[in-house]
Design a protein around this ligand. Structure first.
Ligand code: GDP
Length: 143
């Protein structure tokens, strides 16, 4: 295992429900540290750029309007095996399939309003972190 960084987004549904603290607590209790954070309402065009990989999918329009429907909390998490660990804590994309005790099982309402985003590979993590944050905004917590 190596120390990694990953991008996490607490999506507009979970911010609106006031469960930001509960979600960050789960990250911290599992060894992930927040090294950058910003609350921001994306425009539909910005959400579209972030999710450009899904541009041809039938749900792309709904995804972009949902992601720009209210403020979202973007953050960079750092820790051992951070990319896979974050995905494990999130649970499956469709909350109906998410394992009990995961963030999506507890806080997601639907496959659209599914509470959190997390990078799914080292390459995507680097690109997604750079989408939201400048290098100078990343405050490594590893001694
Ligand atoms: P994630 O990495 O688990 O968030 O999943 P993906 O990167 O594959 O998809 C991005 C987001 O698009 C998901 O979090 C869902 O909100 C949405 N999404 C993915 N697949 C579907 C689908 O089949 N239908 C709908 N309505 N939304 C989807």
């Amino acid at each position: 295992m190596a120390v990694q960084r990953t991008l996490s987004i607490i999506k507009p549904d979970a911010v609106a429900k006031n469960v930001v603290g509960d979600i960050i607590r789960r990250f911290e209790e599992n060894g992930l540290s927040v090294i950058a954070v910003r609350l921001q309402q994306l425009s539909a065009a910005e959400a579209g750029r972030f999710y450009a990989v899904h541009a041809e999918r039938p749900f792309y329009g709904d995804l972009c309007s949902f992601m720009s429907s209210g403020p979202a909390l973007a953050m960079v998490l750092e820790g051992q095996n951070a990319i896979a660990l974050n995905r494990q804590l999130m649970g499956a994309t469709n909350p109906k399939e998410a394992e009990a005790g995961t963030i999506r099982a507890d806080h997601a309402d639907s496959i659209d309003a599914n509470a959190v985003h997390g990078s799914d590979s080292a390459e995507n993590a680097a690109n997604e972190i750079a989408f939201f944050f400048a290098d100078l905004e990343l405050n490594s917590r590893i001694a």
